[in-house]
Design a protein around this ligand. Structure first.
Ligand code: PHE
Length: 355
């Protein structure tokens, strides 16, 4: 005769077996073994109820329900244990989500690029259009057309890097890395009729030793304005406005007579040194930025030479104009308070991110 105590033993076995199930497949096998409607052990025990005397049926029936309940409960709890185990395992394999995230490094413009944008923005307010020209240049544009023929002593001050002429080394057309942006004065005037108002930023090259204010690869900007009735007063007006817009009203500007073969008259523009405020000395002695002079030469300028105008087919009796050209790095030093030009091109991010 089947007994209620049989069912208790059956349920004890099932609970032990289920608790030991190593994975979902083992768990499912246990479920089928005990609870399958067709041939599960509990189902078989249920069928046996028919052979019991009526008086024993209720107690037996209760024992069946109790056994089912215990088995179902332990199936559910083992299933959730197995699921939790899977999650913990996959967490162990994943990256540590509690680590602080990697810092996102935002790019930014190089101080030289920012300065070029600032120069062209300020000059745009006065009608100057930004254009660019070639860095590999003919001797003709870099020197000849600017009134610097082959044996002219002015060539000495441009320590030129010559390169082979790719079109067969034609000695009549020597090629170089431009030593200034002034060749673009000629190229633009060849291409356009007056009025002209352009600013040309770009890289230049000179075979020079570097120091706090000189680099062998550097940037210049060239301004050129051609019109009727332009005078030195217009040049000074534009450059004063340029300096004031870039540096505010405090910076001093100095014009001094200078010489360039392609401008007449010519002048040199300097701003007072921002490191020593024009004193020439600092607490540490002679100011390294202005080499003790109190001034930083910023640009050369002058009225475009009539000979250059004639060369491009302009009539100097009708059209004249002025040109100015200076170092971008010098202005970037002033704008960012950088005491040494070499800091711009060393690519030390610690410095570049600080300005
Ligand atoms: N190109 C000259 C230099 O590099 C500067 C300059 C530009 C002077 C335009 C006069 C006019 O020294």
């Amino acid at each position: 005769m089947p007994q209620a105590s049989d069912l208790k033993r059956l349920a004890d076995d099932a609970v032990k077996e289920i608790a030991a199930a190593a994975d979902d497949a083992a768990l499912e096998a246990a479920r089928v073994r005990y609870l399958s409607r067709k041939d599960g052990l509990v189902t078989a025990a249920t069928h046996a109820i028919g052979s019991l005397p009526n008086a024993e049926k209720p107690a037996y029936g209760q024992a069946i329900n109790e056994a089912k309940r215990r088995i179902e409960e332990s199936l559910a709890s083992r299933a959730s244990e197995l699921a939790t185990g899977r999650i913990e395992k996959s967490l162990g394999e994943a990256d540590d989500l509690t680590l602080p995230p990697r810092r996102v490094r935002l790019g930014r413009l190089h101080p030289i690029s920012r300065t070029i944008r600032e120069i062209t923005r300020v000059l745009a307010t006065m009608g100057f259009e930004a254009v660019e020209g070639p860095e590999v240049e003919f001797d003709y544009y870099n020197f000849e057309a600017l009134n610097i023929p082959r044996d002219h002593p002015a060539r000495d001050k441009f320590n030129t890097l010559w390169i082979g002429n790719p079109k067969g080394d034609d000695p009549a057309k020597p090629v170089l890395l431009r030593t200034h942006t002034s060749p673009m004065q000629i190229r633009i005037m060849e291409q356009r009729k007056p009025p002209v108002r352009v600013v040309v930023p770009g890289r230049c090259y000179r075979f020079e030793a570097t120091d706090a204010t000189h680099e062998s690869i550097f940037f210049q900007y060239e301004g050129l304005a051609i019109d009727e009735q332009l005078s030195m007063a217009d040049l000074k007006g534009v450059l004063y406005s340029f300096a004031r817009q870039l540096f505010g009203g405090d910076r001093k500007v100095r014009f001094r007579p200078d010489y360039f073969p392609f401008t007449e008259p010519s002048a040199e523009i300097a701003f007072d040194c921002f490191v020593c405020d024009g004193a020439g000395t600092t607490n540490a002695g002679r100011c390294p930025t202005c080499a003790g002079s109190g001034w930083i030469e910023a640009a050369g300028c002058g009225m475009v030479h009539p000979e250059a105008l004639r060369r491009v087919g302009y009539d100097p009796a009708r059209h004249q104009g002025f040109a100015f050209g200076g170092g971008v790095e010098r202005l970037a030093m002033l704008l960012t308070g950088t005491p040494d030009i070499r800091l711009f091109h060393e690519n030390d991010l610690r410095y570049l991110e600080s300005v």
